[in-house]
Design a protein around this ligand. Structure first.
Ligand code: JB2
Length: 214
């Protein structure tokens, strides 16, 4: 029997997820939630915005529906994390979404609610933490460990054995050479080339990547 699913958030990332979900077997998407009350009743890719998150908490028991975290992030992964933790604290379960065009080695370890979007490649021995997002066309090479809630942006490349801390964001098209550690909640700017470890909470940009204050 198909599993009933609701997507949290109704913006750009949610639309990308809906496309992936349509191509996956066994998922029946009921609709979406959004924080903007004015959007109630709107449709997104043909599916209705059903209410906001408080509505969902009231209207559905955790064993009646699974969730997909439709909130993406550009440089700050906090909202995505908060939504995941809010619903986990109420015993809801987050589905994994893996686009059918993603390439994933057999032994990759996947946390709850992991999302791997179109054209991404995840190689042998990699581990993706809870609520991690590997965006379109990103490459996560062998034995990388991606922390909970981290976002690897479109087209970013992590060479082998890279550790990405919880909540970190690796921007679009950035490259991280092998064996490095990107700290918790760090931000790697788009197109950066990272050749040394990045401390927790640091912001790095450029080629080669250097620390910046934002
Ligand atoms: O707490 C919330 C909440 N906060 C904002 N709960 C729910 N259910 N919805 C929330 N929202 C809603 O999420 C906003 O009202 C808005 O409709 C939507 C966010 O849409 P947006 O397109 O601005 O961002 P996104 O998170 O879908 O996508 C971002 O991250 C992706 C990875 C964008 O920057 C994309 O360009 C990017 N590819």
């Amino acid at each position: 029997m198909d599993r009933a699913v609701i997507v949290i958030g109704a913006g750009g990332h949610a639309r990308v997820l809906l496309d992936a979900l349509r191509q996956m077997d066994g998922m029946r998407v009921l609709g979406l939630t959004d924080a903007d009350a004015n959007r109630l009743g709107e449709t997104v890719s043909g599916l209705p915005i059903l209410g906001d998150d408080p509505w969902l908490l009231q209207a559905h028991a955790p064993d009646t529906v699974a969730l997909v975290n439709g909130l993406g992030s550009v440089r700050d992964t906090r909202l995505r994390r908060e939504v995941f933790e809010l619903f986990k604290a109420r015993d809801f379960r987050f589905e994994r979404v893996v686009h059918r065009s993603a390439v994933m080695a057999e032994d990759v370890r996947l946390g709850e609610g992991v999302q791997v979007m179109a054209g991404a490649v995840v190689q042998a021995g990699a581990a993706l933490g809870d609520n991690a997002l590997i965006n379109s066309g990103a490459v996560v090479d062998h034995d990388c460990r991606i922390g909970d809630h981290a976002h690897i942006g479109p087209g970013a490349t992590l060479s082998g054995n890279v550790i990405v801390g919880a909540g970190a964001h690796v921007g679009t098209g950035a490259c991280v050479i092998q064996g490095l550690r990107i700290g918790k909640d760090a931000l790697v700017g788009a197109g950066a080339v990272v050749v040394r470890d990045v401390p927790d909470g640091a912001v790095v940009m450029g080629v080669p990547a250097r620390r910046r204050d934002l």
